[in-house]
Design a protein around this ligand. Sequence first.
Ligand SMILES: [Zn+2]
Length: 450
Amino acid sequence: MPLVSQAGSLCHWFHRLEAYGTVSADADLFFSAGLAYAVRGPRLRPSPAPRPPKTLRSTPMQPFDFQLRPRIVFGEGVVERLGQLARQHDARRVLMVSDEGVVSAGHFDAGRRALEAAGVEVHAFHDFGENPTTDMVQAGVAVARRVQPDLLVGLGGGSSMDCCKGINFVYSCGGSMHDYRGVGKATADMLPMIAVPTTAGTGSEAQSFALISDAETQVKMACGDPRAACSVALLDPVLTLTQPPKVTALTGIDALSHAVETYVTKPRNPMSLTFSRRAFTLLSEGFPKVLDNPDDLEARSQMQLGACLAGLAIETSMLGAAHAVANPLTARFDITHGQAVGVMLPHVVRFNGSRHAQWYAQLMSDHDPSVPAEEAPDRLAKLLTHFLSLAGLEDSLAKLAVTADAIDQLSADAAGQWTGTFNPIVLDEGNIAELYRAALSDVAQPRQPS
Ligand SMILES: [Zn+2]
């Protein structure tokens, strides 16, 4: 069948689906089915259109405005293509933003060699740490003003990529980092940026957001603009082999939390659901394997791609309660992001699952298709607690030295978190305090999944 005619049939097929009024939370299945149909042509004429199964008709279809921004290049050894990709953006002088750990692991040199082999002049900025601050960004901007780069490379974990994006905001648009808090505050086009993640965690390479902490208050500011999105995400799973076990654990739990949180947000939509669900399947398969055998490159690949897909989901569906309640734990108790989100997420799943059990059943269906909807939130919460245990992370706030008298302050902080506004159940200080209390006592939280 000619392509145009196939496209016409596909439109017809989707219009028939639209005629049902609701499509579904599992619209990804329809996209896959529709795509396969377009590629291979109909085996039978699609009339009458198949009736969607009941479970797929439970949620009204959400509108979305989606553009895949980074070009994603994935594969073993693709870091060697960094120079070629930079040249495709007409780069002659590059500022590479990489933290010291990445330098020690030899990845910075691998990136630099690839750039220099392509005739690109390389300058470096390393003077920042975990949770980059406004001051660290400003120091990077000073280097950029001296170097005058025509392309930025953020090579490292989430802190390297976020710091690089932060530098891009201020270098390209002027002012200070505070001017870009929120969404769409960029005032000019920004330099092209290539992100090269060396951890499988934040998915920053797939998002237009930089998380930068206020240097004085330590409050994390989300600064996002479509113009801050990376031009290229270069995913080389070999670079993730050198992560220390603790980093593998913390970043892996964070990536899993992104897949879980994005699946139930208010702005969830057919695109985000597709990314979240595939991400969860890859991550839940890969995570126990990389903990057991850190040199398992196939599992590392699952983790890296899963983290990137979860990042794409965040870009269009945002996050939710687990991140809203985790951020004050990081700000006030200096609990690492992955640990803070990980300890809270099982409680958030039970909380959101009180109204949206079916969604969690759908999310888990590739991992375990036998989970009945009514059991899904508890089963998922137990699975996540099991992952914490495998990863050697704490499963209660008490074990992290958080005490009951801190809950009021933490709850007030969390209630003001922007990310909490996307949670499917409206958050207030009362229900947030209950989440903290549940995580503090960790009552009846079995460690093994049933
Ligand atoms: Zn996170």
